[in-house]
Ligand binder design. Structure first.
Ligand code: APR
Length: 246
């Protein structure tokens, strides 16, 4: 019998890495953090998004996150999320996001790395990174005082709070280093270590930054600023990517 030889054609597509922040979800109705009507203008981040805050008033923290979790059921991905998902037809796309919403996934992006956790998951308050304790949790079910994680500790949101270790930063840095094209969308680049990612992109690759405003810290070196909201900026990005292909 003739040997059947199967060829596995993996068409080497360019690696497009997209680093997103709250701005990409703004048009979905999720407020950003540091804009005029931003979340940290209304709420005290240190009281509601820190371990000390959770220890001091766990109910207030759970109320804050339960409201955001429930709200996630009422919002949809927007055009910007969808265009990034569509780019998977031409590129090997990886999304690295600071956002804790699930809008990239719901828009169809298949590779999404969350640096700051996910509203759709819960974990242990004794060891946040215990894989036996991290699990999906229905967004419409409040996390209550007395609910237990697998290790018997109080259940908490699977969110990286201020001062907590960002455990997949090395992977994120590796992905940015490997990028053939790097895009930043909707982040003020003021929170570290996440903001450091822009330093890992190779100097000679095309780099774009989509934001309607000029960044307080200035445009990172070598980036083209697409000065627009994400929903318009992504269409301009596609035009510029098409130019690169010519
Ligand atoms: N389209 C694109 N960008 C926008 C839009 C929009 N419609 N609206 C606002 N922006 C931009 C703002 O100009 C700003 O540069 O999005 C950025 C939002 O910045 P932040 O509110 O600081 O949000 P982000 O950078 O994601 O915050 C980083 O801080 O509080 C922590 O963990 C939290 O992940 C968050 C991190």
């Amino acid at each position: 019998m003739q040997n059947l030889i199967t060829f596995n054609y993996t068409i080497l597509r360019q690696k497009l890495v997209v680093f997103t922040g709250a701005g990409i979800s703004a048009e979905s109705g999720i407020p950003t953090f540091r804009d005029a009507n931003g979340m940290w203008g209304k709420y005290d981040a240190m009281k509601l998004a820190s371990v000390a805050g959770f220890e001091e008033d766990p109910q207030a923290v759970l109320d804050f996150y339960n409201a955001r979790r429930k709200n996630l059921l009422e919002v949809e991905p927007n055009h910007a999320h969808r265009v990034l998902a569509d780019l998977e037809k031409q590129y090997d796309v990886t999304i690295i996001t600071q956002n804790v919403d699930n809008l990239h996934e719901r828009a169809g992006s298949s590779k999404v790395l969350h640096l700051h956790g996910e509203l759709s998951k819960v974990t242990s308050s004794r060891n946040r990174l215990d894989p036996n304790c991290i699990k999906d949790y229905p967004l419409d079910v409040p996390i209550r005082l007395g609910d237990k994680a697998a290790d018997g500790s109080q259940l908490r949101p699977y969110i990286v709070w201020f001062g907590e270790y960002v455990d997949n930063m090395e992977l994120a840095e590796h992905l940015v280093r490997q990028a053939d094209i790097f895009v930043v969308v909707g982040t003020s680049l003021v929170v570290y270590p996440a903001a450091r990612l822009v330093d890992y992109a190779h100097r000679e690759i095309p780099k774009f930054l989509i934001d309607p405003k000029d960044l307080k810290g200035g445009l990172p070196a070598g980036f083209q600023h697409i000065k627009a909201k994400a929903v318009e900026g992504v269409d301009e990005l596609v035009r510029r990517l098409e130019e690169l292909e010519k």
